[in-house]
Design a protein around this ligand. Structure first.
Ligand SMILES: Nc1ncnc2c1ncn2[C@@H]1O[C@H](COP(=O)(O)OP(=O)(O)OP(=O)(O)O)[C@@H](O)[C@H]1O
Ligand SMILES: [Mg+2]
Length: 322
């Protein structure tokens, strides 16, 4: 079976110059040897903080940037040797709303890009019709893009990225700046694409979005992959099988430290929420600490005490911090 994406020790260094009078050269290692596979039909998430190297990785995979080391194949084709073939079979969408023709209608934008991407004229209107349906813009296609909301523009971008019926789709922060309802619709669209058999590589800063959509996730930090697995596997990697949450009022710092020292507690942090504080205690697998933790709080007022499973966000924060 040919993999949809194969990245092998992929690297990219940027040479930058600082200073005007005394120019000094500085190398930025944006991607430092990244290796991962995406199987056909998989929805793969690439998560990481700002500047981690996600966009740089994607740009190498879609042939817009040459790797400075390592190699990558998309659908079995080398991204450096086989640029034309790779481009023919992939689509990409970057977040943000540039790259559309404002004065044209959504439909005319799609017609224009169909010509550009070489969609056979006889297939154009049927293809455009079904894409408008897919992204939920049917009925609005006659309006000028300048009157579209950000969410509508983003969905039009996705339709544009799919015009030449690519097998692999790269979505770099597609939901950035979109309101919750629009983002939910966008997630449904991405889910549908995946169900239709497209391979998708997605980046997002919204952990619940990644949890809901992704089959597998790689977490990248400072140009290196620090964890890879299904959302559930990543959650299980959080030190501690469970999270204990205690609402408190006016808890002094030294008692938070004392809670952190309880046997079976992996970490204790205090989140301020106005008058209320939330003491978040990560508990080692199998440990029973509730009684001991409450004992260490002393005489402060305590509100609700609850236990929950770790979320993908818990796992992510642990993986990218420190
Ligand atoms: N053209 C460039 N010239 C110099 N440095 C660059 C260039 N492009 C990216 N970088 C640097 O490479 C690193 C990785 O950037 P990249 O855009 O890949 O991060 P990212 O993970 O996509 O971040 P974000 O979540 O903010 O989009 C950063 O330090 C960035 O400043
Ligand atoms: Mg980026």
């Amino acid at each position: 079976m040919t993999l949809a994406v194969e990245a092998r020790d992929l690297r990219r260094t940027f040479r930058t110059h600082t200073g005007v009078v005394r120019r000094t050269r500085k190398d930025v290692e944006a991607v430092k040897g990244v290796t991962f596979d995406i199987a056909p039909g998989e929805l793969f998430g690439l998560l990481g903080p700002n500047g981690a190297g996600k966009t740089t990785t994607i740009k190498m995979l879609i042939t817009l940037l040459l790797p400075t080391g390592g190699s990558a194949r998309v659908l079995g084709r080398d991204v450096v040797e086989d640029v034309r073939e790779v481009r023919r079979r992939i689509g990409y969408v970057f977040g943000g709303d540039r790259g559309l023709y404002e004065r044209l209608s959504g439909l005319d934008n799609l017609r224009y890009f169909s010509e550009l991407y070489g969609v056979p004229p006889r297939e154009q209107s049927a293809r455009i019709g079904s894409l408008l349906e897919l992204v939920g813009l049917s009925g609005r296609e006659g309006e000028r893009v300048e009157g579209y909301s950000r969410g509508m523009r983003q969905r039009l971008h996705i339709a544009r990225g799919l015009l030449h019926d690519p097998e692999v789709l790269f979505l770099d922060e597609p939901s950035i700046g979109i309101d919750p309802v629009g983002a939910r619709e966008l997630r449904a669209t991405i889910g549908t694409l995946s169900e239709q058999g497209k391979t998708v590589l997605l980046t997002t800063h919204y952990m619940f979005e990644a949890d809901e959509l992704c089959d597998r996730i790689a977490v990248i930090r400072k140009g290196e992959i620090v964890a890879q697995g299904t959302p559930d596997q990543l959650k299980q990697r959080v030190s501690g099988g469970r999270v204990l949450e205690v609402e408190t009022y006016g808890l002094p710092d030294d008692r938070v430290t004392a809670v952190g020292e309880v046997a079976g507690v992996a970490s204790a942090t205090l989140e301020e929420r106005g008058q209320l504080q939330l003491l978040v205690v990560k508990v080692d697998t199998g440990a029973e600490v509730t009684h001991e933790v409450l004992g260490r709080l002393g005489d402060v007022r305590v509100g609700r005490v609850s236990q929950r499973e770790p979320t993908l966000e818990d796992a992510y924060v642990e993986l990218v911090s420190g």
